[in-house]
Design a protein around this ligand. Structure first.
Ligand code: EPZ
Length: 434
């Protein structure tokens, strides 16, 4: 098994270019099932999750082939439109497999998708996905662990997609994608407002879909009879950008971040500013597009404690909670982090404590009492963002941190250790016995 060895204490300096967004790529790739014409996606990051999605789509007769390595461009083509089953073996490796459900159903009239189980960050039910697709007229049964959905043609409708923890990102992607081929108009209320949903709507629109309101809680989709091929540039990854901002901050470094989607990071920038981290856009380098700015992140002074609540977009993202917690461990006072999306997403708490952090969990909240220093230790996390939080802690810690099971990191960060080394970090990937 692979691990990272991090020798902490180096200030990060230099520049980093942000890749295309993982969570956008996954729903865009699934949406390519809505047509049999070629769909090209540019800027798809090389990650375990995108590889898994490619493998899944191949089993569905809609394989993606590399078009241009430098641009990370891939094109989907159909070789067997009769395949409708997303098998357990692949779905269990990646919950995002659920987002093939809506496109398969709408295009092929049938979808059999293995029911995703819970995962390390919580229960993660899919009831809202099913509620939305049933509202569009799908007949859905659970058969031997598979969600089996059928339709002759979906019908537009008005559907409320809010749940106990707010909107659902992949649920909105599923229902919005399916509605593009429904007869009539669909209105999704309490839709997820995440920028990845806007990115999906942009791809679908260039495929001929008629969508308004993406990025707001009410999305309207006028169904069309068929969609065409398209060529689409994936948005930059806001979570990767936020992670490198926090890496700069925790090492008192100075890092320039290119291709940075600042427009999608307002809550993160607000909290960084409250902590005392400087983030400045370079208007000369990126005058127009607020999704592709060049920003300079610097932290030279003491870190202020803050209160943070994770919320659906545009609130502070749950996918940066672990990384922010690592930073606040070194703040000058008491911070409170409350997790409102996945209330059990705190796998990193015990591991950070092993590094000398002073953390007290109380239900969905953690009191983070700042300490003077973190101390390197062997640690292990069982989810992607928790692992990223531990890498950040290791960069700032005194001594050596061994982060086990980095395959979690490889799901969402492309060669993270190489990027961090480019910024001056002392980090290497090693093999360790299981
Ligand atoms: C997406 O997961 C992301 N995954 C997650 O990123 C991210 O943490 C999450 O959105 C929240 O922003 C991808 O885009 C591939 P949700 P998703 O449905 O869509 C509850 C990462 O690290 N809920 O928006 O599966 C759910 O339990 C990953 O990159 C229901 O109750 O999350 C949660 O409390 C991890 N019923 C809340 O809604 C449902 O049917 C939000 O979940 C669906 C969800």
């Amino acid at each position: 098994m692979e691990a990272f060895v991090v020798r902490g204490g180096r200030r990060l300096r230099g520049s980093v270019r942000i890749n295309g967004a993982k969570n956008s790529s996954l729903i865009l790739m699934a949406a390519a099932l809505l047509t049999d014409e070629p769909v090209t996606l540019r800027g798809v990051p090389r990650l375990r999750d995108t590889n898994n999605m490619t493998a899944l789509l191949e089993t569905l007769g809609r394989g993606f082939a590399v078009q241009d390595n430098a641009e990370q461009a891939m094109t989907a083509r159909t070789d067997d439109p009769s395949r409708c089953t997303a098998h357990y073996d692949i779905v269990r490796t990646m919950r995002a497999s659920i987002c093939v459900l809506g496109p398969l159903l709408a295009k092929r009239g049938e979808a059999r998708v293995s029911m995703p189980g819970g995962c390390n960050i919580g229960d993660r039910p899919v009831d809202l996905h099913l509620h939305g697709l049933r509202a569009l007229g799908a007949r859905i049964d659970l058969e031997e662990g598979y969600i089996v959905a059928r339709t002759d043609r979906l019908r537009g409708t008005r559907v409320f997609l809010g749940g106990p923890f707010g909107s659902t990102v992949l649920g909105t992607a599923n229902v919005m994608s399916a509605a593009t081929l429904a007869a009539g108009t669909t209105v999704i209320e309490s839709a997820a407002c995440e920028p990845e949903i806007e990115d999906l709507a942009a791809l679908l629109t260039s495929m001929g879909a008629r969508i308004t309101g993406a990025g707001s809680p009410r999305i309207t989709v006028e169904g069309v009879d068929e969609l065409t091929g398209a060529d689409h540039q994936v948005m930059p990854d806001r979570i990767e950008a936020g992670t490198f901002m926090l890496a700069a901050a925790i090492t008192n470094g100075e890092v320039t971040i290119e291709n940075c989607p600042v427009d999608a990071l307002t809550a993160t920038l607000d909290r960084l500013s409250a902590v005392g981290v400087e983030v400045e856009s370079d208007p000369a380098a990126s005058p127009q597009d607020r999704m592709r700015q060049t920003v300079r992140v610097a932290s030279h002074r003491r870190l202020e404690p803050v209160q943070v609540v994770t919320q659906p977009h545009p609130g502070f993202p749950t996918d940066l909670q672990a990384q922010l917690m690592a930073l606040l461990c070194l703040a000058d006072g008491n911070s409170i982090i409350t997790e409102k999306i996945f209330p059990d997403r705190f796998l990193h708490v015990a591991e950070l404590s092993r590094m000398g952090a002073d953390l007290t969990r109380n239900g969905p909240s953690v009191l983070v009492s700042g300490v003077k220093k973190l101390i390197g230790a062997p640690v292990m996390a069982s989810d992607l963002r928790a692992s990223a939080g531990l890498v950040l802690a290791g960069l700032a810690a005194q001594g050596t941190t061994l982060i086990n099971r980095v395959y979690h990191l490889d799901r969402g960060y492309e060669s993270m250790e190489v990027t961090l080394r480019g910024l001056g970090a002392d980090i290497e990937r090693v093999s360790v016995p299981t």
